[in-house]
Design a protein around this ligand. Structure first.
Ligand code: NAP
Ligand code: HSE
Length: 434
């Protein structure tokens, strides 16, 4: 068996980078055998910020540098792995690697979703692929599935729980009754959250991943500025409780739906999902992506969506692919210039709307009248009385509303908000039936 050694330049030795080191230490020989000698992977340089930090893994001190560009320009490096995160230094690093004709492996969804157009153009120009299996859904091989396994299908819909941190937090709030800050701290301690967790909880991490999946599925780069995104920061224990009483769970859902005429609906937001829906049982750090293809029908991809082992497993899979140089399409090349995205106001679902109101006669009628004026049907109401305080001055009143365009609902709610009885802004969740 002939053996080709590929030199790896590893930028970043945090949660994921050190996981890559560990896998290659433990399974290097097995990987080489399984790839029939075409992928003998050797890490030759490692870039970090702080050389004095205590590290997971037994990488020799001599491999470390604080000069990011060394992992690109070291002549013994054939493949560059970007695991530092962010969109500035990471962009410079990846661009330099591509210009040097070196394949890149990255888990950085923010970088590709926001600056992918520039990087994929460089990848094309310098004939150097970008591999990014780790960027979406951690250890689940969903990128290869959409790019390769499902190539014979028109992708009708993708519905995913694709942020492990948010899913973990929502579950801990639901089942253990934890407050948001405690649940977030647990997710950080477990290595699920980003270095700056803002993107996890404001929905953008999931949205970046949905943009990548949508771009692959529909062949054009979706501009992140056109995408509707809401996070879980404002989800309250009260809405989680009401959801449960009504037969739903709250999940951060990302949806990419093709509407039949080629136009794409893409959005990420906390949504109500029936407890009976298969995605409702996706707990903790687990992710799931439900894909519907016109010939495939429905398929569900499920697994750990974040954390050291699962993510490093995807990085190593890409490294083997880069070392084998087996891919002819050089990562992702859009096959059409642009596609049509549907305005968020034109997308339709059913809704849960919670009104905080003063308890006075006629409140329900006032709200219902405005909804009727805007031709929005009510499918149910929920207004549990506080058993300890049945004569409370303020009540929470939930309306379940029939499917209508989001823009129509917004107009109705703008009018409801003018009623004197409202004590706070209405809280809206979409009810998804995908
Ligand atoms: P992390 O634990 O914060 O590690 C980041 C590493 O990059 C650290 O070793 C840090 O050095 C190094 N670094 C950052 N900026 C640098 C710079 N300018 N120059 C040199 N080194 C620099 O992050 P992570 O969780 O491993 O995530 C890495 C990437 O993978 C991110 O893009 C993330 O979105 C993605 N990802 C993460 C997960 C996950 O579950 N964690 C899952 C999928 C994808 P120091 O150690 O010296 O600080
Ligand atoms: N912070 C991300 C998450 C890591 O929680 O899903 C995986 O991309």
């Amino acid at each position: 068996m002939s053996c080709t050694v590929s030199g790896i330049g590893l930028a970043g030795f945090g949660t994921v980078g050190s996981g890559v080191w560990n896998i290659l230490e433990e399974h290097g020989d097995m990987i080489s055998s399984r790839s029939q000698g075409s992928a003998r992977l050797e890490i030759r340089k490692i870039a970090v910020r702080d050389l004095t930090k205590k590290r997971d893994g037994n990488a020799p001190a001599g491999l470390f540098t604080t000069d990011l560009m060394e992992v690109v320009h070291d002549p013994s490096v054939d493949i560059v792995v970007e695991l530092i995160g962010g969109t500035d230094a990471a962009f410079d690093l990846v661009a330099a690697a591509l210009r040097a004709g070196k394949p890149v492996v990255t888990g950085n969804k923010a970088l590709l979703a926001e600056r992918g157009a520039e990087l994929f153009a460089l990848s094309d120009e310098f004939k150097a692929p970008i591999h990014f299996e780790a960027a979406v859904a951690g250890g689940i091989p969903i990128i290869k599935a959409v790019q390769e396994s499902l190539i014979g299908n028109r992708i009708e819909s993708i519905a995913g729980i694709i942020n492990g941190t948010s899913n973990y937090i929502l579950q801990r709030m639901t089942e253990a009754g934890l407050g948001y800050p405690e649940a977030l701290k647990e997710a950080k301690d477990l290595g699920y959250a980003e270095a700056d967790e803002t993107l996890d909880v404001n929905g953008w991490d999931a949205a970046h991943k949905a943009i990548l999946l949508g771009s692959l599925a529909h062949g054009f780069l979706i501009d992140y500025k056109d995408v509707y995104v809401r996070g879980i920061e404002k989800v309250t224990p009260l809405d989680i409780k009401f959801a449960s009483e009504l037969g739903y769970v709250v999940k951060l859902l990302s949806l990419v739906i093709e509407q039949g005429d080629g136009a794409i609906e893409i959005r990420t937001q906390p949504s109500f999902l029936s407890k009976k829906h298969i995605l409702a049982s996706v707990h903790g750090v687990f992710n799931a992506v439900a894909v519907k293809g016109d010939h495939l029908g429905e398929a569900l991809f499920y697994g750990r969506g974040a954390g050291q082992g699962p993510t490093a497993s995807s990085v190593v899979s890409d490294l083997v692919e880069a070392a084998r140089n087996s891919r002819s399409d050089r990562g992702f090349l859009p096959y059409q210039e642009t596609g049509k995205l549907i305005e968020i106001d034109d997308t339709s679902t059913s809704y849960y709307v919670r009104f905080s109101v003063t308890d006075q006669p006629g409140v329900i009628a006032d709200i219902a009248t405005i909804l009727a004026k805007h031709k929005i049907g009510i499918s149910g109401t929920h207004s549990p009385v506080d058993a300890d305080n049945p004569d409370a001055d303020f009540v929470e009143m939930v309306f379940l509303l029939h499917k209508c365009p989001f823009g129509q609902l917004k107009k109705a709610l703008a009018e409801v908000e003018k009623l004197d009885c409202l004590t706070d802004r209405p809280v809206v969740f979409r009810i998804e039936t995908i």
